[in-house]
Ligand binder design. Sequence first.
Ligand code: SF4
Ligand code: SF4
Ligand code: SF4
Length: 307
Amino acid sequence: MAIEATKRANMRRASLRSIVSLLIGSKEPPMASQAAMGFFTDTSICIGCKACEIACKQWNQLPASEPLWTGSSYDNTGQLSATTWRHVQFIERIERPDIPLLQPVPALMSGSQSTALPFFNSDRWLMQSDVCKHCANAPCLEACPTGSIIRTEFDTVYVQQDICNGCGYCVVACPFGVIARDQYGDRKAHKCTLCYDRLKDGFEPACAKACPTDSIQFGEVEQLKAHARERLGMLHERGVKEAQLYGVDDSILDGGLNSFFLLLDQPEVYNLPQNPQRPSNNVIPASLWTIVAAAVMGLFGIFIFKK
Ligand code: SF4
Ligand code: SF4
Ligand code: SF4
């Protein structure tokens, strides 16, 4: 009897919490029993080996994608998708337009002539392993109408496949273009789970485990952020002035990212928005404008029909 009463009280408290959360638009607080876990991706030591991309596909049994050759980059994956949850971007920075794109160069061993690809003219070749940012205030989670997207005890963002109805609201809400619907499969939304199944068993995510340079580091978010700041200081000391952190600061999406990056150029160069927005912040102003517009139209109608 006592257990039943406790259960009923818990249910009342839970529904009260959801009503309050619905009214004030706040997210459910993460469960406190476990420290927030995430990634620090240090792009300054990524060698573009793609071990992370393959390890993710292998562990999560995701199908291989057809290589995509754009003709302007060695990046043959293109983008994150419903079946590619890690994407190693290759960003060729061609900053010496005076050098012809195709030029003869001496072959290393034979001494004969061969042709250099445009990328060898580039001053820098940036690489970055992109992934879901597991945002502290995740727009995808806020937009999901079925409650399929939840926050786990590790403070990560997880899509429950049995509840997703494939409406795609999360896809348009994500400011990073991460989550996607599987158009050729179950038509539901998919993205990185931060290897929830591995975390539950005390293992680190497959991509971090496979990375040979430790460009992907997994751990407690607060410790990783401290380490990221140290690493940034070290790079600045060594003269890499353009190095910067992305997602460490709480100002980004009103709470920061649990998967953040050290970049060697501006975020836009890596296809990351400088100032991403939460669509939910537009709800109140947009509603007020709708009310104002309706009132103006109503007054206008009264004025016309009175004549
Ligand atoms: S990056 Fe996009 S998909 Fe990932 S948690 Fe944030 S909003 Fe959701
Ligand atoms: S954490 Fe797991 S699911 Fe996410 S990118 Fe890494 S391997 Fe893939
Ligand atoms: S495994 Fe590590 S070094 Fe290799 S591409 Fe991925 S992040 Fe870069």
